[in-house]
Design a protein around this ligand. Structure first.
Ligand code: GRF
Length: 200
Protein backbone atom coordinates (compact mmCIF):
# COMPACT_ATOMS: atom_id res chain seq x y z
CA UNK A 1 0.00 0.00 0.00
CA UNK A 2 1.04 3.61 -0.58
CA UNK A 3 0.92 5.82 2.50
CA UNK A 4 1.03 9.62 2.73
CA UNK A 5 1.58 11.45 6.02
CA UNK A 6 0.38 14.86 7.10
CA UNK A 7 2.38 16.38 9.94
CA UNK A 8 3.05 19.83 11.34
CA UNK A 9 5.73 19.26 13.94
CA UNK A 10 8.19 16.91 15.55
CA UNK A 11 7.02 13.86 13.60
CA UNK A 12 7.81 11.18 16.14
CA UNK A 13 4.71 9.24 15.15
CA UNK A 14 5.70 9.54 11.51
CA UNK A 15 9.12 8.16 12.51
CA UNK A 16 7.55 5.25 14.38
CA UNK A 17 5.84 4.12 11.18
CA UNK A 18 8.96 4.74 9.05
CA UNK A 19 10.89 2.44 11.41
CA UNK A 20 8.34 -0.35 11.05
CA UNK A 21 8.36 -0.01 7.27
CA UNK A 22 12.15 -0.04 7.22
CA UNK A 23 12.40 -3.16 9.38
CA UNK A 24 9.82 -4.99 7.26
CA UNK A 25 7.05 -5.15 9.89
CA UNK A 26 4.77 -3.06 7.70
CA UNK A 27 4.57 -3.85 4.01
CA UNK A 28 4.05 -0.38 2.56
CA UNK A 29 5.68 2.46 0.73
CA UNK A 30 5.68 5.91 2.31
CA UNK A 31 5.16 8.10 -0.72
CA UNK A 32 4.78 11.57 0.79
CA UNK A 33 5.08 13.84 3.76
CA UNK A 34 2.68 16.73 3.39
CA UNK A 35 3.23 19.58 5.81
CA UNK A 36 1.80 23.03 6.45
CA UNK A 37 5.09 24.00 8.13
CA UNK A 38 8.21 23.74 6.00
CA UNK A 39 10.38 24.10 9.15
CA UNK A 40 8.78 21.11 10.91
CA UNK A 41 11.25 18.53 12.21
CA UNK A 42 9.13 15.92 10.43
CA UNK A 43 10.60 17.31 7.17
CA UNK A 44 14.11 16.33 8.27
CA UNK A 45 12.92 12.85 9.10
CA UNK A 46 11.36 12.58 5.65
CA UNK A 47 14.56 13.72 3.93
CA UNK A 48 16.68 11.24 5.90
CA UNK A 49 14.39 8.46 4.72
CA UNK A 50 13.98 9.59 1.11
CA UNK A 51 10.31 10.41 1.57
CA UNK A 52 9.20 13.15 -0.87
CA UNK A 53 8.13 16.32 0.96
CA UNK A 54 5.21 18.48 -0.13
CA UNK A 55 5.39 21.70 1.85
CA UNK A 56 2.27 23.81 1.67
CA UNK A 57 3.30 26.82 3.69
CA UNK A 58 0.13 27.99 5.39
CA UNK A 59 1.53 31.49 5.85
CA UNK A 60 2.02 32.01 2.12
CA UNK A 61 -1.70 31.74 1.28
CA UNK A 62 -4.05 34.71 1.15
CA UNK A 63 -6.96 32.81 2.56
CA UNK A 64 -7.81 29.64 4.37
CA UNK A 65 -9.86 28.56 1.33
CA UNK A 66 -6.82 28.87 -0.97
CA UNK A 67 -4.73 26.82 1.43
CA UNK A 68 -7.44 24.16 1.74
CA UNK A 69 -7.77 23.91 -2.03
CA UNK A 70 -4.02 23.44 -2.47
CA UNK A 71 -3.87 20.85 0.29
CA UNK A 72 -6.64 18.83 -1.30
CA UNK A 73 -5.00 19.13 -4.72
CA UNK A 74 -1.71 17.78 -3.34
CA UNK A 75 -3.45 14.98 -1.46
CA UNK A 76 -5.20 13.90 -4.64
CA UNK A 77 -2.03 14.24 -6.69
CA UNK A 78 0.03 11.95 -4.44
CA UNK A 79 -2.79 9.43 -4.70
CA UNK A 80 -2.18 7.37 -1.57
CA UNK A 81 -4.11 4.33 -0.42
CA UNK A 82 -3.91 5.65 3.14
CA UNK A 83 -3.52 9.17 4.52
CA UNK A 84 -2.18 9.40 8.06
CA UNK A 85 -2.61 12.54 10.15
CA UNK A 86 0.28 12.35 12.62
CA UNK A 87 0.40 15.59 14.53
CA UNK A 88 -1.19 17.57 11.72
CA UNK A 89 -2.29 20.55 13.77
CA UNK A 90 -4.96 22.08 11.56
CA UNK A 91 -8.55 21.10 11.20
CA UNK A 92 -9.22 19.80 7.72
CA UNK A 93 -11.99 21.64 5.96
CA UNK A 94 -15.24 19.69 5.61
CA UNK A 95 -14.68 18.83 1.98
CA UNK A 96 -11.20 17.39 2.47
CA UNK A 97 -12.21 15.58 5.65
CA UNK A 98 -14.94 13.79 3.73
CA UNK A 99 -12.88 13.06 0.63
CA UNK A 100 -11.12 9.89 1.71
CA UNK A 101 -13.63 7.83 3.70
CA UNK A 102 -12.03 4.74 5.20
CA UNK A 103 -8.65 5.86 3.85
CA UNK A 104 -7.62 8.57 6.28
CA UNK A 105 -6.67 8.03 9.93
CA UNK A 106 -5.61 10.25 12.82
CA UNK A 107 -3.81 9.69 16.10
CA UNK A 108 -5.20 11.55 19.10
CA UNK A 109 -3.55 11.68 22.54
CA UNK A 110 -6.62 10.78 24.60
CA UNK A 111 -9.20 8.03 24.86
CA UNK A 112 -11.90 9.39 22.56
CA UNK A 113 -14.62 10.51 22.78
CA UNK A 114 -13.10 12.22 25.83
CA UNK A 115 -10.89 15.25 25.41
CA UNK A 116 -11.23 16.06 21.73
CA UNK A 117 -9.29 18.88 20.15
CA UNK A 118 -6.14 20.61 21.31
CA UNK A 119 -4.24 19.97 24.55
CA UNK A 120 -5.94 16.66 25.19
CA UNK A 121 -3.38 15.65 27.83
CA UNK A 122 -3.94 18.91 29.74
CA UNK A 123 -7.69 18.41 29.52
CA UNK A 124 -7.27 14.91 30.99
CA UNK A 125 -5.13 16.18 33.89
CA UNK A 126 -7.54 19.01 34.63
CA UNK A 127 -10.55 16.70 34.53
CA UNK A 128 -8.81 14.31 36.93
CA UNK A 129 -9.20 11.04 35.03
CA UNK A 130 -7.26 8.02 36.33
CA UNK A 131 -6.78 6.46 32.92
CA UNK A 132 -6.00 8.11 29.62
CA UNK A 133 -4.25 7.00 26.45
CA UNK A 134 -4.36 7.38 22.72
CA UNK A 135 -6.81 6.64 19.94
CA UNK A 136 -6.27 5.85 16.29
CA UNK A 137 -9.43 6.58 14.36
CA UNK A 138 -10.73 7.18 10.87
CA UNK A 139 -11.23 10.79 9.91
CA UNK A 140 -14.70 12.04 9.12
CA UNK A 141 -16.21 15.52 8.85
CA UNK A 142 -16.27 16.06 12.61
CA UNK A 143 -13.42 16.86 14.97
CA UNK A 144 -11.79 13.68 16.33
CA UNK A 145 -15.12 11.97 15.77
CA UNK A 146 -14.56 9.17 13.25
CA UNK A 147 -14.77 5.42 13.82
CA UNK A 148 -12.23 4.15 16.35
CA UNK A 149 -9.68 1.60 15.13
CA UNK A 150 -7.74 1.05 18.33
CA UNK A 151 -6.92 2.56 21.69
CA UNK A 152 -4.07 2.10 24.12
CA UNK A 153 -4.51 3.15 27.74
CA UNK A 154 -2.06 4.48 30.31
CA UNK A 155 -2.51 5.24 34.01
CA UNK A 156 -2.63 8.81 35.26
CA UNK A 157 -0.77 9.26 38.56
CA UNK A 158 -1.48 11.75 41.35
CA UNK A 159 1.66 13.75 40.76
CA UNK A 160 1.41 13.81 36.95
CA UNK A 161 1.44 17.03 35.04
CA UNK A 162 0.49 17.34 31.41
CA UNK A 163 4.08 16.82 30.25
CA UNK A 164 4.59 13.60 32.17
CA UNK A 165 1.26 12.31 30.94
CA UNK A 166 2.00 13.37 27.36
CA UNK A 167 5.30 11.49 27.49
CA UNK A 168 3.62 8.33 28.76
CA UNK A 169 0.90 8.57 26.12
CA UNK A 170 3.41 9.27 23.34
CA UNK A 171 5.14 5.94 24.00
CA UNK A 172 1.81 4.24 23.41
CA UNK A 173 1.14 6.33 20.32
CA UNK A 174 4.35 4.96 18.85
CA UNK A 175 2.98 1.44 19.30
CA UNK A 176 -0.63 2.11 18.37
CA UNK A 177 -0.13 4.04 15.14
CA UNK A 178 2.16 1.49 13.44
CA UNK A 179 -0.18 -1.27 14.63
CA UNK A 180 -3.16 0.44 12.99
CA UNK A 181 -1.23 1.18 9.79
CA UNK A 182 -0.15 -2.45 9.63
CA UNK A 183 -3.74 -3.66 10.04
CA UNK A 184 -4.82 -1.32 7.25
CA UNK A 185 -2.02 -2.45 4.96
CA UNK A 186 -2.97 -6.07 5.51
CA UNK A 187 -6.61 -5.31 4.65
CA UNK A 188 -7.69 -6.38 8.11
CA UNK A 189 -9.90 -3.38 8.85
CA UNK A 190 -13.50 -2.94 7.82
CA UNK A 191 -16.20 -0.55 9.00
CA UNK A 192 -19.78 -1.48 9.72
CA UNK A 193 -21.91 1.57 10.47
CA UNK A 194 -19.42 3.36 12.70
CA UNK A 195 -17.86 0.28 14.23
CA UNK A 196 -14.49 -0.95 13.07
CA UNK A 197 -14.11 -4.69 12.67
CA UNK A 198 -10.57 -6.05 12.86
CA UNK A 199 -9.97 -9.43 11.24
CA UNK A 200 -7.81 -11.88 13.15
C1 GRF B 1 0.90 13.54 19.21
O1 GRF B 1 0.68 13.61 20.57
C2 GRF B 1 -0.37 13.27 18.46
O2 GRF B 1 -1.25 12.44 19.13
C3 GRF B 1 -0.96 14.65 18.36
O3 GRF B 1 0.13 15.49 18.12
C4 GRF B 1 1.32 14.88 18.64
C5 GRF B 1 2.28 14.77 17.51
O4 GRF B 1 3.54 14.30 17.92
N1 GRF B 1 -2.01 14.67 17.35
P1 GRF B 1 4.63 13.92 16.81
O5 GRF B 1 4.72 15.12 15.86
O6 GRF B 1 4.17 12.69 16.11
O7 GRF B 1 5.90 13.71 17.56
Amino acid sequence: KKIAFLASGRGSNFQAVIDKVNDGTIDAEIIALITDRPDAYAVERACKNNVPVFAIDFKSFDSRADYDAELLRVMEEVNADLYVLAGYMRLLDQRTAGCFPGRMINIHPALLPSFKGLNAQKQAIEYGVRISGCTVHFVDEGMDSGAIILQHSVPVFDDDDENLLAERILKEEHEALPEAVKLFCEDKISISKRRVIIKE
